[in-house]
Design a protein around this ligand. Structure first.
Ligand SMILES: NC(=O)c1ccc[n+]([C@@H]2O[C@H](COP(=O)([O-])OP(=O)(O)OC[C@H]3O[C@@H](n4cnc5c(N)ncnc54)[C@H](O)[C@@H]3O)[C@@H](O)[C@H]2O)c1
Length: 369
């Protein structure tokens, strides 16, 4: 297959779909790999690094999209990119379609085959291609939140871990999956007072074991009105796979909260779990509503592209190899887990939660393959 790697164009996105090391493996498997000039530079990989392992460098995204059978990206394609997609071309990347009807319709119009990293499943690991970025976003959420709490950032001026003479900040993590666990790990390590709200009882037991000093509660037993006033930092980390996030903190709650407290909505890529969330960028990451600082960056791992690109490639490479080596039909036929990633196919919408959400026609991938 001819595999293309365009340069990411989303605001402040410095990750790249394939590292030189991954490309070397794909070339060893008999594939040709073409890379847009400077695609890897933000992650510390020069054009020479790619040339040295046998990739070809092309100057423009048009060259990459024109020549490639399989496009490997990181973030969802922007409008200028969906216009370049071709029928039968395969796009393998994060898509997060539940947050954009426009993008869903553009992919359908292009008649490309799109596969979303974030909805591929596995027996052992839940969402194996979301996990590496969730781990990083979870860890970053506390770092970002702590920074927003600093006075010069407009925050209340409380140090997350307090000091020997002053109490620490209270941190609330909503959703104790991969993002929530990693946020909790850092918040706990920084000596913040930690509360986690989860829905799944098995997960609650796991979290209680991991964080014996924290308060771990079932969200169904909680009235948000009763507790929001206690927290300095709130991290939103819930996920209902493939669907829009539930709005757990509503606008009416903001007036009950501490002045200049911070809410980090990591679930923003699925529409956000706070009613007042709207996606922001690394360039302008925060805004304030009712004295509450909102941080809603949709591509948080883009802030640490070196770590993120290497982590992402470690997880995606085996899937990219299978897809490139066997072709789309065998890739989908041989695994229900792979099929869960299929979002659009030849103008058909094959991911049910997104079809239901946007009231678009759903075509079952099981009937197609
Ligand atoms: N902004 C970013 O840069 C970025 C990066 C990575 C992941 N994410 C997003 O973070 C979110 C969380 O991802 P994850 O990998 O941790 O998912 P996950 O599936 O591992 O965890 C989600 C958790 O939320 C829990 N949950 C579901 N509904 C809930 C509710 N109403 N109340 C409390 N808990 C609830 C689930 O039981 C689960 O434990 C996703 O939307 C993901 O796309 C964003």
């Amino acid at each position: 297959m001819i595999i293309g790697v365009p340069k990411e164009i989303k605001n402040n996105e410095f990750r790249v779909g394939l590292t030189p090391q991954s490309i070397e493996t794909l070339i060893d498997n008999g594939h040709e790999v073409i890379v847009e000039s400077n695609a890897g530079i933000g992650s510390g990989f020069s054009d020479e690094d790619y040339i040295n392992i046998g990739a070809k460098i092309f100057k423009t995204p048009n060259d990459i999209y024109e020549k490639s059978e399989l496009i490997i990206k990181v973030k969802e394609p922007q409008l200028s990119e969906t216009q370049l997609l071709k029928p039968n071309q395969i796009l393998f990347t994060y898509l997060h379609l539940a947050s954009s009807k426009n993008l869903t319709e553009q992919l359908l119009e292009s008649k490309c085959t799109s596969i979303a990293y974030e909805t591929i499943t596995s027996d052992s690991q839940g969402l194996p291609l979301l996990t590496p970025m969730s781990e990083i976003a979870g860890r970053l959420s506390i770092q970002a939140g702590a920074r927003c709490l600093e006075k010069h950032s407009g925050g209340s001026g409380i140090l997350l871990g307090g000091s020997s003479y002053s109490p620490p900040a209270n941190t609330l993590v909503i959703g104790g999956g991969v993002v929530g666990y990693n946020a909790a790990l850092i918040a706990d390590g920084m000596k913040s007072h930690l509360t986690i709200l989860e829905k799944n009882n098995e997960r609650i037991d796991f979290l209680k074991n991991e964080f014996p000093k924290a308060q771990i509660l079932n969200i169904d037993d909680i009235n948000m009105e009763d507790i929001v006033s206690e927290y300095d930092l709130i991290v939103g980390a819930v996920l209902i796979p493939g669907a829009q996030a539930p709005q757990i903190i509503q606008k009416k709650h903001l007036q009950l909260m501490k002045h200049s407290c911070v809410m980090v909505d990591v679930a923003i890529d699925q529409g956000g779990c706070f009613e007042t969330s709207k996606a922001t960028t690394h360039e302008d990451p925060t805004y304030v509503i009712d004295n509450v600082i909102h941080y809603c960056v949709a591509n948080m791992p883009g802030a640490v592209p070196r770590t993120s690109t290497i982590s992402l490639n470690t997880a995606t490479l085996p899937y990219i190899q299978k897809l490139a080596n066997s072709g789309i039909e065998a890739f989908c036929k041989n695994s229900a887990h792979h099929l869960n990633g299929l979002s659009t196919y030849k103008g058909m919408l094959t991911y049910k939660p997104v079809a239901d959400l946007f009231k678009l026609t759903y075509s079952s991938p099981i009937d197609i393959f």
